[in-house]
Design a binder for this molecule. Structure first.
Ligand SMILES: NC(=O)c1ccc[n+]([C@@H]2O[C@H](COP(=O)([O-])OP(=O)(O)OC[C@H]3O[C@@H](n4cnc5c(N)ncnc54)[C@H](O)[C@@H]3O)[C@@H](O)[C@H]2O)c1
Length: 313
């Protein structure tokens, strides 16, 4: 098949494209290297892909490029491009989130309605739940985001649904829960914690560290996407979580074990927009996608640790 991966130079998009070319698909990747984190990191994410003949890279902004032609002959769209990050989404930067998360998705869907796609997979987020009514959180819970980022991810999810309902675009939204592993974005907690421990610097924790997260290893996220390509499920949403929920303090103990040394920690004020807990009910993913997370935190953190130690960022 020919597939499109948007946001291909990013953390998740680059892993996804590698898996897809490895499985024999022709991959067209689009990324405009937004300034959210350094281009050098994204270039290193792309380095192996650039050597592969069945991978075509287009350095372009979804908001400016000609999308109808882009989707011609494409079978499946994996829409990973977005302005990520909860904490940076307040204030005047909100417009960047509106542009890259809402408007770019609408432009792509507009082109998708005239294309012959088998599937349009949208990378949604657990942030759409906000402080959820109950845990583990199932897809039926009312979405109540508490960050501007979450609002844009939810708006784009709704856009996916309405293009399905009105135009039959075969959308499926996968709600990822805190993804980690090699190439994790530099603004994300594990990346920051591991770099701090490698440099004998203080690990800064927002709040008391007793907030919980459903950490999901990157390979499990990719497995879910690959299964979703062929699944007979459209116009729907599916949680993709790691299968276990732990506190940030417990995660730091795991990092200490992997590093073989104690971390120095500093607790600072909780950040606005951060939810207290996340926890995915993954029974729909199990049933509809045959999804079963394969990585435990020890193994996944060891892989991210090894990557950061060798990258020396
Ligand atoms: N990482 C997580 O824990 C997590 C959790 C939930 C959802 N998600 C979602 O998964 C997707 C990928 O996240 P990530 O962590 O890999 O982020 P990332 O920032 O590493 O990758 C996103 C990429 O999209 C590109 N991009 C943004 N706007 C673009 C535009 N208008 N045109 C072309 N390219 C554009 C950026 O340059 C970047 O390389 C995002 O949609 C994000 O919201 C991620």
């Amino acid at each position: 098949m020919t597939v499109l991966v948007t946001g291909v130079a990013g953390f998740i998009g680059s892993h996804l494209a590698e898996r897809l070319v490895g499985a024999g698909h022709k991959v067209v990747g689009v990324d405009c290297f937004t300034g959210y984190y350094p281009r050098a990191i994204k270039e290193s994410n792309l380095a192996a892909l650039r050597e592969i003949d069945s991978f075509v890279f287009r350095e372009e902004d979804l908001l400016c490029m000609e999308l109808t032609g882009l989707l011609r002959n494409v079978d499946v769209v994996f829409h990973e491009a977005a302005q990520a990050g909860v904490r940076a989404s307040w204030g005047s930067d909100f417009k960047v989130y509106i542009e890259n998360n809402v408007r770019a998705t609408q432009c792509l869907l507009e082109a998708a309605k005239d294309a012959s796609l088998k599937k349009f997979l949208y990378a949604s987020s657990s942030s759409i739940y906000g402080d959820a009514e109950s845990y583990p959180t199932s897809e039926g819970m009312t979405p109540m985001p508490i960050s501007p980022y979450g609002v844009t991810k939810l708006a784009a999810e709704h856009l996916c649904y309405l293009y399905h309902k009105n135009y039959g675009v075969p959308v499926l939204s996968l709600r990822y829960f805190t993804v980690y592993g090699p190439r994790q974005r530099p603004d994300m907690a594990f990346n920051k914690f591991i770099r701090a421990i490698l440099r004998d610097e203080e690990i800064v924790i927002y709040g008391d560290g007793e907030q919980t997260r459903d950490f999901t290893y990157i390979d499990d996220i990719i497995d879910a996407n690959i299964s979703a390509m062929d699944a007979h499920l459209v116009g729907d949403v599916v949680n993709i979580g790691g299968g276990s929920r732990i506190t940030v303090n417990e995660a730091i103990r795991v990092i200490e074990n992997v590093a073989g040394k104690k971390a120095r920690t500093k607790y600072v004020e909780k950040q606005k927009g951060d939810v207290r807990h996340t926890g995915a009910d993954i029974s729909r993913a199990e049933k509809m996608l045959g999804y079963r997370p394969a990585y435990n935190l020890e193994k996944g953190i060891a892989n991210e640790f090894a990557w950061l130690r060798d990258m020396k960022f």
